[in-house]
Structures are given as C-alpha cells and as structure tokens.
Design a protein around this ligand. Structure first.
Ligand code: ZN
Length: 284
C-alpha cells in the first residue's frame, strides 16, 4: 500500500479527496461525508489591521511576505457545507448584500455546486460578525434557506446576534450552543474563543480523518502561520485570540487532520505542518 509522505498514513486515509470544482466551489469527500467549500467573495482591508504584540499596527515595517492587492490585504470570504448522511449543515453564510459588493456570491456558489438552498436545514455560525451571518437573508430580502430548521449560534454571542434587526426573523429557530455540542453525527463544536466572545470551530470526523472548520482563526495566511502571535484589529480579545490560534495550530499540525478557514485564500482548505517554532499551510 502506498503511504502518504507527510502523514505516514496509508495514501488517501484521513484525507480530504477533491471530487469536483468550479469557479465558486470545490467539493471534497471525507470518508462518506461530503464537504463543499463555497466562495462568498472577498474583502480588502488596510494592512494596518494586522497587529504586532502590544496592539501596534504595522506601517512601513510591514514584512515583505505579506501580499497586498492595490495596497490592501485581500481576505477571501468562504463558507463550508457539510453533508452528513443526507443532513445538510452550512457553516457560516457570507455577507449577502449587507456589507460590500465584493461579497454575496454564496447562492451562486451553491447553485454551481448543484446544491438546492431548500436542502439546507441547519446553519451554524463560527461567530456573529457580518460576513458570517448576513447571508441568512438573500439579496432580494427573502430567506436564503427557506427550510431552515436550526440556526446554531455560540451561546456567548446570542445577544450580539439579536442586535441585528435585519436578522430578527431568525430568532425563532436560533439555538445557542456551547463547547462540545454535537451538531450532527459527525460534527462537534470546539470552542476557539478570542476573535469573538463565542468564536467556535467545527470538527468534522469521517473516513478516519478530521477536518477542522475554524472560522477566523487566521485572517492573513501569508504571515499568521509563520508568526501566529500577530493579531487582527477586529479580534475582540487580542491576547485570547493569539493563545487560541497557537493552541489550535498545535492541535491540527498532525497526520489525518485538515483545516478549512473562512479567510484562507479560496477554497481555504489544506493541511498545517510544523516549521520549527512556527507553522506552514499547505493548500489542498
Ligand atoms: Zn470573518
């Protein structure tokens, strides 16, 4: 049997296998689960949002490895659909038309992937920032997921969620969750607090491997794997975001574990490996 060089596992075991792709989606298999990376778009942010310890913004001292587009950091905005034996669980929703016109592709991405929006019964959000929740409402004002039965929101952020008047209609299906909550047979929540009070990752287990869908653990992949101590201006608790990132990177840098990030370059899926004291991201 062939061995996978990095992991020592038999080839393919515990790994995501890409089975289809298009402009706005990439489909994978993880054992008998299906995972689809969905492009909502991107958001451009000034590089000063990246913070050095002590909450100091970078200026002229911005390291050359940080890639800029027109002088800005370009963050992909991704969401992920997990199909667990027929149960469709969407993790994060993109921003629809509620923030910038560079986002809102999610409904197109689903259509391109051949997934009917009506099939999605559960939406779970990593946290309640705009680019993760506003896609609940389609650009025309209708429900983006007309058969939504459960909207899973971190319990620490229910109050924040309820402040969005635009999303008030979803309070009837909103279900607060805590660390270790089983979303489905194969998906469990993993508290990753720091970027926001209830920021959460979702661990998907299948085929002898796991995929950690980690939300906003990394905003700037060109440098935060190499220097995980760097934070993001919008991290609600910078120190906690830093220690959570270091802890989670250590957790995933091992055989049979893949990661998926909301702001890693689309499709945002890959492996993490140790590189001395730091880490390296290997996109799939
Ligand atoms: Zn985000």
């Amino acid at each position: 049997m062939m061995e996978c060089k990095e992991s020592g596992l038999p080839a393919g075991e515990g790994h995501l296998k890409q089975t289809a792709s298009g402009t706005n989606f990439v489909r994978y298999e993880l054992g008998d689960l299906t995972v689809i990376a969905l492009r909502d778009g991107h958001v451009d942010m000034p590089p000063g949002r990246l913070r050095q310890p002590g909450d100091r913004p970078f200026g002229a001292d911005l390291p050359a490895q940080v890639t800029l587009v027109g002088g800005n950091l370009r963050l992909s905005v991704n969401a992920f659909l997990v199909i667990d034996h027929g149960e469709h669980v969407l993790i994060d929703t993109g921003a629809a038309n509620a923030w910038l016109p560079t986002m809102g592709l999610l409904p197109d991405a689903l259509a391109e992937a051949g997934v009917a929006r009506e099939s999605i019964g559960t939406v779970a959000v990593t946290h309640t920032h705009a680019d993760h929740v506003h896609g609940l409402v389609a650009a025309d004002g209708s429900d983006a997921f007309p058969n939504l039965r459960r909207l899973l929101v971190p319990q620490e952020e229910v109050v924040m969620f309820d402040e969005y008047e635009r999303l008030s209609r979803f309070r009837r299906v909103r279900l607060p969750f805590a660390d270790g909550f089983k979303v489905s047979d194969s998906i469990t929540t993993v508290a990753a607090h720091g970027h926001e009070a209830g920021h959460t990752a979702f661990e998907v287990s299948g085929g002898g491997g796991t995929l950690l869908i980690w939300g906003d653990l990394v905003h700037v992949p060109s440098i935060q794997f190499d220097r995980p101590e760097l934070t993001w201006e919008f991290d609600a608790d910078q120190d906690r975001a830093r220690s959570t990132r270091q802890r989670m990177l250590e957790r995933v840098a091992r055989p049979g574990v893949s990661v998926a990030g909301a702001h890693l370059d689309f499709p945002g899926v890959g492996l993490v490996e140790r590189a001395g004291q730091a880490y390296r991201f290997l996109p799939l």
